[in-house]
Design a protein around this ligand. Structure first.
Ligand SMILES: N[C@@H](CCC(=O)N[C@@H](CS)C(=O)NCC(=O)O)C(=O)O
Length: 208
């Protein structure tokens, strides 16, 4: 049995959607950030990084969203969530997901987690980082809008692990001070994803 450690609206949502997409049996374990559960001694035993997601499997524990996305796609090959036989197409999937992990997610984190990069007491530096988020995240999403989102799914006609990942970070647009109307293709993708039953189930289970 797989256990997903997640927090609602966090990046772990991408994995919860994939678990629902593939019809996996799994336990959803909620980590409450308002109670700092991610820093509890129990959770640090599971993920010393003090972050979600963490996926507990029979073989051991996995962290880092892009790695777990590929793991689940390989574990459930019948779902066809990655192009297993096409190295170039698979690299394009990885390229997209690496951009989310290394650029979009990191830019977003500058809004509320600036203390990862400067002293928590440096209010001016924290404010400068926070104030730049609408600019940096908008610039990153502009590339997704114009160059990276083939449509209707990220990779074109085929649904892949890129789609729940994009959906999850696109849910943060308003928080990051960006009007989704300024990104019509990303907004259409977000609406399409939200209408999927697997996404609805993932959201409901994450809140339980
Ligand atoms: N590189 C990690 C980042 C995970 C991450 O930053 N998760 C956030 C939620 S979106 C978190 O757990 N934050 C809790 C904290 O910073 O205390 C991944 O891609 O999985």
């Amino acid at each position: 049995m797989i256990t997903l450690y997640q927090s609602p609206t966090s990046i772990a949502r991408a994995l919860q959607i994939v678990l629902e997409d593939v019809g996996a049996e799994y336990i959803s374990h909620r980590i409450d950030f308002t109670k700092s559960d991610q820093r509890s001694p129990e959770f640090l035993q599971i993920n010393p990084k003090a972050r979600v997601p963490a996926l507990v499997t029979e073989q051991g524990i996995l962290t880092e969203t892009p790695a777990i996305l590929v793991y689940l796609a390989q574990l459930f090959p019948q779902a066809g969530l990655i192009p297993l036989d096409d190295p170039f197409a698979f690299a394009k999937v990885q390229e997209f997901n690496a951009y989310i992990a290394s650029t979009i997610h990191v830019a977003h984190a500058h809004r509320g987690r600036g203390y990862r990069w400067v002293e928590a007491s440096d209010e001016a530096a924290l404010a400068a980082m926070r104030n730049f988020v609408p600019t940096s995240v908008a610039a990153a999403f502009a590339l997704v809008e114009t160059d990276m989102l083939a449509g209707p799914f990220v990779m074109g006609d085929t649904y892949t692990i890129c789609d729940p990942y994009l959906f999850t970070v696109a849910q943060w647009l308003e928080l990051d001070g960006i009007d989704p109307a300024s990104l019509p293709r990303v907004a259409a993708h977000r609406a399409m994803m939200l209408a999927r039953p697997a996404v609805q189930r993932a959201i409901e289970k994450s809140l339980a």
